[in-house]
Design a protein around this ligand. Structure first.
Ligand code: BDR
Ligand code: CA
Length: 305
């Protein structure tokens, strides 16, 4: 059983990842959600997770993390996720509230405890970078960080970088250099493990969970459809799929270095195979990935009646 903290900026794919984890509550135990500025402003992404908690009838503490990267200015991406950061589903204003403790104080507290946690990071690494910079000993209580971020061949935000790393490269560097075991799901494995546009049709006819997935894909898939692609990556889903079934992935061990500057290279992740505490996922069995995802949403449909 993995005890998990989600560090997240929901985000369509963040929610799809979280839903998949929720379906597997005998293998994964989500302790909390810590939000961070990324896809959209901190306030917007925090509101999104609260709305989804209400909709899915779950009650997991939400902590508000940092509202800006360590050095750079925040740079929301409305083209990818809309003005709300999660355009598509029309959900009521949240009833749930965030915890009083800040995300940073929560990390300080939970990482000073006795039990180790796995962090599933689906967003810029600002929160972790901040707390580890301030107190590197907090790393001792992190079993591993499984993150969506980075790229091996080409970026999605500049020539070489992936958005999550690019948004806060200083924080990412602190995390990768911390000595913690990091499993990185870069763009390439997300493309390999993506969903066919035609497969998304299955969510039109399911239950309550399927309806949310359908509404998320309605907006999320537009980017791929407008470009004539038959498939889209569901980026943040990959770390959860890896925790559930690592054998579905091809992984390599080594060391990842984060580049801090340069117009084309800021946020680039340079992977050197060999010795090191980093595992990089380089390929995925797409059918197996989708099987886990589809079954998870079916499970939630049944659970929500
Ligand atoms: C990453 O950036 C965000 O838009 C997604 O949620 C994902 O975490 C992909 O580059
Ligand atoms: Ca995300």
């Amino acid at each position: 059983m993995y005890r998990i903290i989600f560090d997240t900026d929901p985000g369509h794919d963040d929610i799809l990842s979280i839903m998949t984890a929720l379906a597997h509550n005998s293998e994964l135990e989500p302790l909390s959600f810590v939000t961070v500025a990324g896809n959209q402003t901190l306030d917007k992404v925090t509101k999104n997770i609260l709305k989804v908690e209400d909709y899915l009838e779950i009650n997991i503490p939400v902590y508000k993390g940092l509202n800006r990267p360590l050095v750079k200015e925040p740079q929301p991406q409305p083209a990818a996720h809309g003005e709300s950061g999660m355009d598509g589903p029309i959900l009521p204003e949240p009833q749930r509230k965030v915890e009083e403790l800040s995300g940073v104080d929560y990390y300080r507290k939970v990482l000073s405890g006795n039990e180790k946690v796995t962090i599933v990071a689906l967003a810029p690494l600002t929160n972790l970078g901040y707390v580890l910079k301030e107190d590197p000993s907090l790393a001792d209580n992190i079993e591993q960080i499984v993150l969506m971020g980075g790229a091996l061949n080409g970026g999605n935000i500049n020539k070489y970088a992936e958005f999550n790393i690019w948004h806060d490269p200083e924080a990412a560097k602190i995390v990768f250099d911390s000595g913690i075991k990091v499993v990185m799901a870069p763009l390439e494995v997300c493309y390999a493990g993506g969903i066919l546009i035609k497969e998304t049709v299955r969510f039109r006819h399911g239950g309550k969970a399927s309806k949310l997935v359908n509404d998320l894909f309605d907006f999320y898939c537009r980017y791929a459809i407008d470009r004539g692609w038959d498939k889209t990556a569901v980026f943040d889903l990959i770390p959860v799929l890896y925790l559930l079934k690592p054998e579905v992935f091809v992984a390599e061990q080594g060391k990842v270095d984060v580049i801090l500057d340069g117009e084309d290279t800021q946020g680039q992740t340079v992977f050197t195979k060999g010795e090191g505490n980093h595992i990089v996922l380089i390929d995925a069995n797409r059918e197996e990935c989708m099987k886990i995802f589809f079954e998870a949403i079916d499970t939630l449909d049944k659970r929500l009646g």
